[in-house]
Design a protein around this ligand. Structure first.
Ligand code: ZN
Length: 458
């Protein structure tokens, strides 16, 4: 009797342990199985570092990648090159943060049916980019290094995210043995992963700080004699501008006026605005974490503070983040946070649908509105509104000095003021020289392509 009861207790403990184990597994399976299935390196769903399941299209249904059986890119070589940094390559040199982020939705894993759906219809990721815009932008860079981004500042959809150099994933060049420098940094997505010396597009940050902190700024005049001596150093301007209003100072990109404003605002205020406007922060969305910019006036001399307000010194901006700041100026101080994944279609219902999220309020609505008007003035009076026929473009150009003997980077950032086409943009051409001369025509082509893509959607 005693022996039997011992056995009973032992059996009960065993059964209880088994039941607990099953319960723990079930709970884990329910909450974690998606992660197990798409665990990076799982041979069922990955080739190299990249997901090999499902289809990927652009915003209008143009097929970019089909990995339901192997890994087939578009048949269009130009489109393959223009989207490779978003989709990943064949060999894992370039991964796709956005496809990895939505791996479980894309793989079509079901807790009931496992990896293979009954219909065998694999899921489709619809990106926000436009294939035609990507190709137009890549062609506009014409092999020069740089990046172009455009997004809808009201919805957050990224229509264009192009980086150069790139290559055709179906015809990979010998990058390792290339001696020409043509493929320097090719594995980087310059739009998301790099930060650039901004040059004069940074005067927009200084302008916001001035508009919010200097009450009489719009009545102020500045005097530019071509140079300004400060703290034993000389701030050199791009011209001799004479007497300028604040608006004219931005239009002529007067270094003397903006150097003086940065010194007047002081290092604490300038640093606070660089932080508040997001320059020093990373943006996170859809598995992407952008590079952070830089603004550091620790121990800076007055002349260095002056240069920091001009977009030189140690200033750096990430192109994607700066594009969002353009959206905030356009949109009354607050912009949509960008995204790349519109939805993941699978079977009868979408497995994922993007929702618009917004930045915090980055600046006063009044400052945003005044600066937007000044950026429109720039286009009409300096860059030429004829470069953007039918589009109410507001912008600021920059020519970012990189040091003696090096051609400056050309930068250009802004937005369209139009309820139907609320697009913010940035164009950077490395060693491109003058920002407006080099980048404004590129911006014109790419914005036209974006508007055409949006019109085609009705
Ligand atoms: Zn000047």
């Amino acid at each position: 009797m005693k022996r039997i009861s011992h056995r009973m207790v032992f059996l009960i403990v065993l059964v209880a342990a088994l039941l607990l184990g099953i319960l723990a597994f079930t709970v884990h399976y329910f909450f974690r199985s998606d992660d197990w299935v798409v665990f990076s390196g799982s041979p069922h769903v990955y080739t190299g570092n990249n997901l090999s399941s499902g289809r990927v299209t652009d915003r209008s249904g143009t097929l970019l990648l089909d990995s339901t059986d192997g890994r087939s890119y578009s048949e269009d070589a130009a489109l393959r090159s223009a989207t490779m940094h978003l989709l990943g390559d064949r060999f894992g040199y370039i991964s796709s943060p956005v496809l990895n982020e939505y791996a479980d939705e894309l793989v079509g894993f079901s807790k009931v049916n496992g990896l293979y759906s009954l219909t065998d219809a694999s899921n489709t990721a619809v990106l926000t980019i436009s294939a035609q815009v990507q190709k137009t932008a890549q062609a506009a860079l014409a092999g020069r290094k740089g990046t172009i981004g455009v997004y809808n500042y009201k919805t957050g959809e990224i229509l264009c995210a192009v980086t150069s150099p790139t290559y055709d994933p179906d015809n990979m060049p010998d990058v390792e043995n290339d001696a020409t420098g043509a493929y320097d940094g090719v594995y980087l997505n310059r739009f998301f992963q790099t930060s650039y010396v901004p040059g004069s597009i940074f005067k927009l940050v200084t302008s916001i700080a001035a508009l919010e902190n200097i009450p009489d700024i719009t009545q102020r005049t500045f005097t530019c004699s071509g140079t300004w001596e400060i703290g034993g150093d000389t701030i050199i301007c791009n011209g001799v501008h004479g007497t300028l209003t604040f608006q004219e100072a931005l239009a002529h990109s007067c270094n003397v006026a903006f150097g003086q404003l940065a010194v007047e605002l002081g290092p604490e205020t300038m640093t606070a605005y660089a932080e508040q406007l997001g320059v020093t922060e990373s943006l996170k969305f859809d598995g992407v974490t952008t590079a952070a910019g830089s603004f550091d006036l620790e121990g800076a001399a007055d002349s260095e503070i002056a240069w920091s307000g001009i977009g030189q010194y140690t200033d750096l901006v990430n192109p994607c983040q700066y594009m969002v700041l353009m959206g905030a100026i356009a949109n009354g101080g607050q912009a949509a946070i960008p995204h790349l994944m519109a939805r993941v279609e699978g079977g009868l219902t979408d497995r994922y649908t993007a929702r618009t999220a917004y930045t915090e309020t980055l600046m006063d609505a009044a400052a945003a509105s005044q600066l937007a008007d000044m950026m429109r003035y720039n286009v009409v009076n300096m860059y030429g509104a004829g470069q953007f026929p039918d589009l109410k473009v507001c912008a600021k150009s920059g020519t970012a000095e990189l040091g003696p003997g090096t051609t400056p980077n050309a930068t250009f950032a802004g937005f369209i003021q139009d309820e139907n086409y609320p697009l913010a943009f940035i164009v950077i051409v490395e060693n491109g020289g003058s920002g407006s001369a080099t980048c404004a025509p590129i911006a014109g082509q790419v914005l036209n392509a974006c508007v055409a893509a949006m019109q085609n959607e009705g």
